[in-house]
Design a binder for this molecule. Structure first.
Ligand code: NAD
Ligand code: WQD
Length: 350
């Protein structure tokens, strides 16, 4: 059985990926400081395993700690080695991800995201663990990139969060170049993951006020007194609102499984890969779909454009679909239904 360490495994995408890995007979070492998640997620992951009448929860082991603490990471790798069953690979989700917060406090983002990643890869190198999937982001592309965006588009993030993501990609390039005979690395550039597990047991549960569109749509649907602010009605798009590539979080999780399988079965490489559907949806289209499939009202008003926004950010996903022989299978309707069921059943989060 392959043993995979997942950093940030209690977070939104990490928790869904843990479920996918457990369901596919991986042993999962989940590492999280819970800085942006709750330990209750662990019970929920185990409940999903129980729902399937499976005994798979026994393959989950949890380590609470911070990746900035190198000794903490080293202990995990060293003990795994001593057990005779070393860690085969790492999926590195852990990091801070709020764009606006990164503008207000850039040093915190550099410190958290870069130190954590440096600690992790230096311990991996020491323990000869050479397979890494890193959570990058579509935010690494420049605003001047025209959609659909290919992986070789110009890279020019417009905020400190995006700068940390691109810097980690560069660190991984250098690590690969140092010894290209050993490393198998994939930097997955996610577009806009939304939705939740169909069980409604896990979903997006940010600490503090959400900033992303989908949780804000859910909040407006829950509370008749809350109006969603739509940032701009005068964009040069079909209905004047911005277009994004929304992808179901369970598809994102399955993309990680496919990437792990690919890296395992192929020679050393460093891949940069878009994870998106290739389909563009406007803000108004997302609200309309959400309201229609869930039979709820989402009140909104138009406000001025948000600083730094782009008209359209949609993936060209031809590289991931051909390389991994995989395409996301869930529809925008599925994303809206699953995301709303999660929110309805967990009004106050965990
Ligand atoms: P999340 O905040 O829900 O999950 C991140 C997890 O990492 C949290 O559980 C948090 O407690 C943990 N963590 C953070 N710093 C840590 C540290 N130093 N040590 C240990 N644990 C730590 O975020 P998410 O939405 O699941 O995103 C996962 C990754 O994907 C992030 O790296 C994010 O930048 C990237 N990403 C997310 C999106 C998105 O829209 N959700 C899009 C593109 C990229
Ligand atoms: C989506 C659309 C807004 C809020 C961000 C990060 C990106 C990645 C995903 C991590 C935009 C509009 C939003 C609101 C609105 N995360 N909107 N009213 O900006 O595409 O991407 O999350 O890597 O790096 O930048 O996502 O959900 O903030 O916005 O009208 O209150 O919704 O203008 O068009 P974005 P988002």
């Amino acid at each position: 059985m392959k043993r995979i360490l997942i950093t940030g495994g209690a977070g939104f995408i990490g928790s869904h990926t843990c479920v996918s890995l457990l369901e596919n007979d991986y042993e999962v070492y989940l590492v999280d400081s819970f800085v942006n998640s709750s330990p209750i997620v662990i019970n929920r992951i185990l409940s999903i395993c129980d729902l399937n009448n499976s005994n798979l929860g026994k393959n989950l082991k949890v380590f609470k700690g911070d990746l900035k603490d190198k000794v903490f990471i080293e202990d995990i790798f060293s003990n795994a080695d001593k057990s005779g069953n070393p860690i085969n690979g790492v999926i590195h989700f852990a990091g801070l991800k709020a764009v606006n917060e990164s503008v207000l406090n850039p040093l915190r983002y550099w410190q958290e995201n870069i130190f954590s990643s440096l600690n992790l890869v230096s311990v991996m190198k020491k323990y000869n663990c050479n397979l890494l999937v890193f959570s990058s982001s579509a935010t690494v592309y420049g605003k001047e990139s025209s959609s659909p965006i290919k992986e070789n588009s110009y890279l020019n993030p417009s905020n400190p969060y995006g700068n940390t993501k691109l810097t980690i990609e560069k660190i991984l390039n250098d690590l690969y170049d140092e010894n290209s005979n050993i490393w198998k690395i994939a930097c997955l550039r996610y577009f806009n993951p939304i939705g939740a597990h169909t069980s409604s047991l896990i979903g997006e549960n940010p600490v503090g006020m959400p900033n992303n569109l989908f949780p804000l749509i859910c909040n407006a649907a829950l509370d008749n007194n809350t109006k969603l602010k739509i940032f701009g009605s005068d964009w040069d798009t079909i209905d004047g609102t911005c277009i994004r590539d929304y992808i179901h979080v369970s598809d994102v999780a399955e993309g990680h499984l496919k990437t792990l399988e690919y890296l395992n079965n192929h020679k050393t490489n460093i891949l940069k890969m878009n994870i998106g559907t290739g389909l563009g949806t406007s803000v108004l289209e997302l609200i309309e779909t959400f309201s229609r499939v869930n039979k709820v009202t989402v009140d909104y008003k138009f406000t001025s454009r948000r600083d730094g926004d782009s008209k359209e950010i949609v993936a060209d996903n031809s590289f991931s679909s051909s390389l991994l022989n995989w395409i996301p299978k869930r529809s925008l309707e599925d994303m809206c239904i699953d995301g709303w069921n999660w929110k309805k059943n967990n009004v106050n989060g965990f």
